[in-house]
Design a protein around this ligand. Structure first.
Ligand SMILES: [Zn+2]
Length: 296
């Protein structure tokens, strides 16, 4: 994978120096291995138009995956020169032998490579929801001029562990990372969206502050633009959840938030989450938030 752009700030340069063997801080960075191998270009005919020309790291074929996919800008716009990582949570395939292995989660903790994610009561899987929103968001961001990096190139593979998702964003020197999920709570009347931020990020307090600002901005956009209400069961009405166990956020050197777009186990939320028109509204709200965050 080629270098996408030079860091604009001293902090960015420092981040470069720190990148990025997250599982083993003293070890060699996987950046070197990734850079040595040419990307595989996916022909437009084999994927949706949103993903046309996608360049997939050959390391994405590893199990678990060790690389993402890069999508060039589709136009010039307000995100020209920006790199946005879109992380569709979980994977198309769940393999116990792979997904239960422990990886670094940040803050000195370890956790499973990845979980299966949840589903609606009718069986619409979260990983599929996440992928569909991600593709819609990729289309929006490319049209605004961004280079987009997906943490997984499809919804049919084993995909990357949670620590590798952070590493992909770090290697890309992303301006922002947006991780897309939906929740699964069986509690009565539990519905609505919330945004997760990390209490302690590898990027330090400035990155934590920018992540929080993005989450606060997205909170109002999502409610206003999609009609999904704030979570009734997480965040005590704030729709914000500050956690220390989310590897993809903890290990990030760049601003990153995780969206839980709704509760898939709630009938009213599931109706929205399974609607392609609603998902487009969500992708639009997310893209608007990205533009706003990078315009300040
Ligand atoms: Zn999830």
């Amino acid at each position: 994978m080629r270098s996408l752009r030079a860091p604009r700030t001293l902090a960015g340069a420092a981040a470069l120096g720190l990148a990025v063997c997250l599982a083993s801080p003293a070890g060699a960075s996987p950046v070197v291995a990734t850079a040595a191998v040419p990307a595989i270009v996916v022909p437009a005919a084999t994927t949706s138009s949103a993903l046309a020309g996608m360049k997939v790291s050959p390391l994405a074929a590893r199990v678990p995956s060790k690389g993402g996919a890069t999508l060039a800008p589709g136009a010039t716009g307000s995100l020209t020169g920006r790199v946005i990582v879109v992380d569709p949570g979980h994977n198309g395939i769940y393999r116990k032998a792979v997904n239960r292995k422990l990886v670094a989660a940040g803050n000195g903790k370890r956790k499973a490579c990845n979980s299966s994610g949840t589903a609606t009561n009718a069986g619409f899987a979260e990983h599929r929801f996440n992928w569909k929103v991600a593709v819609d968001l990729v289309a929006e961001l490319r049209a605004l001029g961004a280079t987009v990096v997906l943490t997984r190139p499809n919804n049919s593979g084993t995909g990357p562990c949670v620590n590798e998702r952070a590493a992909i964003g770090n290697r890309a020197k992303a301006d922002l990372v947006v991780s897309i999920h939906a929740d699964g709570s069986y509690a009565a009347r539990a519905r609505g969206f919330h945004l997760i931020i990390s209490k302690t990020m590898a990027g330090g307090s400035a990155v934590e502050a920018r992540s929080r600002a993005l989450a606060v901005d997205l909170r109002s956009r999502i409610a206003r633009q999609t009609g999904m209400p704030r979570s009734t069961y997480i965040g005590k009405g704030t729709a914000l959840s500050s956690r220390s166990d989310i590897a993809g956020l903890n290990l990030s050197l760049v601003p990153a938030v995780m969206l839980e777009a709704g509760n898939m186990r709630n009938k009213a939320d599931a109706k929205l989450l399974t609607s392609s028109a609603w998902r487009l509204k969500l992708a639009h709200a997310l893209a608007d938030g990205v533009v706003a965050a990078l315009s300040v």
